[in-house]
Design a protein around this ligand. Structure first.
Ligand SMILES: Nc1ncnc2c1ncn2[C@@H]1O[C@H](COP(=O)(O)OP(=O)(O)OP(=O)(O)O)[C@@H](O)[C@H]1O
Length: 595
């Protein structure tokens, strides 16, 4: 036997087989020995992927059962599986029970392994604030949390404060107003709507504490220390899928337990001098806005409403005039057509961390690296704005690939999670078959940007203006518009792209609180489509911002690099399954395994 502060080595038994076990600080491994003491198969687990170490013989499933013994200890760790179809890497809880020749040795192993966990995995959360939406998705949030998630938190020694929400925006308001001392992160059990509540709460609170105005798009917002965890339990769980690779509550829980930290770019959407919303996945005008507006009429259909509305909107064959201004990102660093993918450990994103936060110890993964010396006053509008004018089927801005089970490569397959940019996709008016080809290519590996009516740009900011005379104010007077409540132009901020957008934020803030909600609901009711043959085509569409309708047509969007951090690590490109096979993502976004 060999021990020092970082290392422990001895013989151990798993069942009736003898192993040479070694803990060398970063890894715990055990190698099967044959009768001649020759090494056979080795299992190696990074200390960072250990979930817990317990004395005795401990069963976890179907429920926790402890048999106290002097010489046994049980190690729980992460195991990877690739389920049928190869659509993602699922994490489950692995369990190995070791037998030691003496109690003294057993105690040493338990102590050393627990010390190694503390030393080499310091960013694990100790206390979490959990919000459960009992009505999200199939209304299984509470059950998912209590049966799958809470027992794992308990095993890992994480304490929680659980809030089952009773109304929309309760989670956001709680984060904005209540004392959060002692919490290392906030977790939602729900869908993208719940995630959005946490996003707004965490960003809003951080800016309040830093004394920054969210309304001024020129202000560089303060990155948030508090991590966000997502336990997927909604009808749309796109953010979880695009940052973890699967929608699986156990996989997400294990990412939270080991304190994974994935920075995420966030887009702030403004209307004149007014902050409207944050988005991480889609700010879409035209087709995607119309589908959302239409789907509100069919809520009773459940998730099916999106498919139904998609067909209706497609058949209505709409396109919208407008002017798009955008600030291109540095094309030397990356491009939306460079065929790269943002996987766990992405070098484009980690180089961006150094560029975005030059004063920080950038490679630290503790997540607490930004708190100090972050300049709020560097100019966000460096570079030349470009303009595209025309008639568009859809305009989409996405900070991430926005991949999902139906579209394994996503809206923009080469987009990065944390490089401080977003991809702007402009689909010009075309015949319905052309547009159908564009939509269909999202579901296979064909390049959706390789079409003559599609262009894509990597950008730092975007501004959209509807044609003159087609703004919201006019719609108020238009009896055919369905009475959509829109904002009056207060005359501020309407300058050239990249001009002065600061102004009467406080005054407008109250207005958006009121109009944001009212406007959204009224717009949803608006007679947007009346079947494939419409009474009258509206001249403006509506913006879909991560599944919420915006009450304004004229918007300015700015990307804030790595503004928040999730308990995630990005999609794993390569992995070793629990039975030793190597899995790798192929060009179609599916996993294939080799022995
Ligand atoms: N107790 C509650 N009652 C009503 N609404 C709630 C409650 N808790 C949260 N919400 C709201 O419900 C919305 C949808 O929740 P969530 O995203 O969890 O489920 P979902 O099934 O994916 O929903 P959707 O597909 O409509 O986005 C969120 O925007 C959230 O603000």
């Amino acid at each position: 036997m060999d021990t020092d502060a970082h290392r422990l080595e001895s013989s151990l038994w798993v069942g009736r087989k003898r192993y040479r076990a070694v803990l060398n600080g970063w890894h715990f491994s055990w190698t099967l020995l044959d009768k001649q003491n020759r090494d056979r198969k080795t299992v190696s687990v990074p200390v960072s992927e250990l979930i817990g170490v317990e004395e005795g013989q401990v069963e976890f499933q179907p429920q926790k059962k402890v048999t106290e013994t002097d010489r046994d200890f049980t190690v729980f760790s992460i195991k990877r599986h690739c389920k049928g179809g190869g659509s993602g890497v699922f994490w489950t809880l692995g369990r190995t029970q070791f037998y030691c020749p003496s109690r003294d040795l057993r105690d040493r192993w338990v102590t050393q392994l627990r010390n190694a966990l503390k030393t080499h995995s310091p960013s694990r959360p100790h206390r979490l604030l959990v919000f459960i939406n009992p009505f999200g998705g199939k209304k299984r949030g509470r059950k998912i949390y209590h049966s799958l998630v809470a027992p794992l938190f308990e095993l890992a020694g994480i304490s929680t404060h659980v809030v089952v929400t009773e109304r929309a925006n309760q989670a956001r308001d709680h984060i904005l107003k209540k004392d959060l001392t002692g919490f290392d992160g906030v977790v939602c059990v729900g869908g993208d709507g719940m995630f959005s509540e946490l996003l707004h709460g965490v960003i809003g609170r951080t800016q309040q504490e830093a004394g920054l105005s969210e309304h001024d798009p020129t202000v560089t917002l303060q990155p948030c220390d508090l991590h966000i965890g997502i336990i997927p339990a909604g009808s749309t769980d796109c953010v979880c899928f695009a940052t973890v690779g699967v929608n699986d509550p156990v996989t997400s829980t294990l990412h939270i337990i080991i304190g994974d930290s994935q920075p995420l770019d966030v887009c702030s959407v403004h209307h004149t001098s007014l902050f409207v919303r944050y988005s991480v996945s889609l700010v879409g005008y035209g087709f995607y806005g119309d589908v959302l507006a239409e789907s509100e009429r069919y809520r009773w259909m459940g998730p099916l409403r999106y498919d139904f509305s998609g067909c209706m909107v497609f058949l209505s064959n709409r396109s919208y005039r407008g002017k798009v201004y955008f600030l291109p990102a540095d094309s030397q660093l990356s491009s939306p057509r460079d065929n790269t993918r943002c996987f766990a450990g992405c070098h484009v994103c980690s180089e961006s961390t150094e560029r975005l936060f030059p004063q920080s110890d950038s490679i630290s993964h503790t997540g607490f690296l930004y708190s100090t010396q972050y300049s709020q006053h560097s100019s966000p509008w460096e570079g030349e704005w470009e303009t595209v004018e025309g008639e568009f089927k859809c305009i989409s801005l996405t900070c991430m690939s926005s991949c999902c089970p139906r579209s394994p490569l996503g809206l923009s397959p080469s987009a990065h999670l944390a490089d401080g940019t977003a991809d702007l996709i402009l689909v010009r008016d075309t015949h319905p078959l052309g547009f159908l080809t564009y939509l269909h290519r999202h579901t296979n590996s064909q390049d959706q940007f390789d079409l003559p009516f599609v262009e894509v740009h990597r950008v730092k900011a975007v501004r959209f203006s509807p044609p003159p005379g087609e703004d919201e104010a006019e719609q108020l007077d238009d009896p055919d518009s369905g009475g959509t409540v829109m904002a009056e132009d207060d005359g501020q901020g309407e300058t050239a792209a990249g001009g002065d957008w600061t102004g009467s934020a406080q005054h407008l803030s109250a207005r958006v609180q009121e109009r944001g909600v009212v406007g959204t609901k009224k717009r949803a009711k608006r007679d947007f489509l009346c079947g494939p043959c419409c009474r009258r085509s509206p001249s403006v569409s509506v913006w879909n911002c991560d599944g919420e309708l915006l009450p304004f047509t004229e918007v300015l969007c700015r990307v804030h690099g790595q503004l928040v951090r999730l308990f995630a690590r990005g999609i794993e490109e390569e992995f070793v399954t629990c039975n030793g096979t190597l899995g790798k993502k192929n060009f179609k976004g599916r996993y294939i395994t080799h022995t």
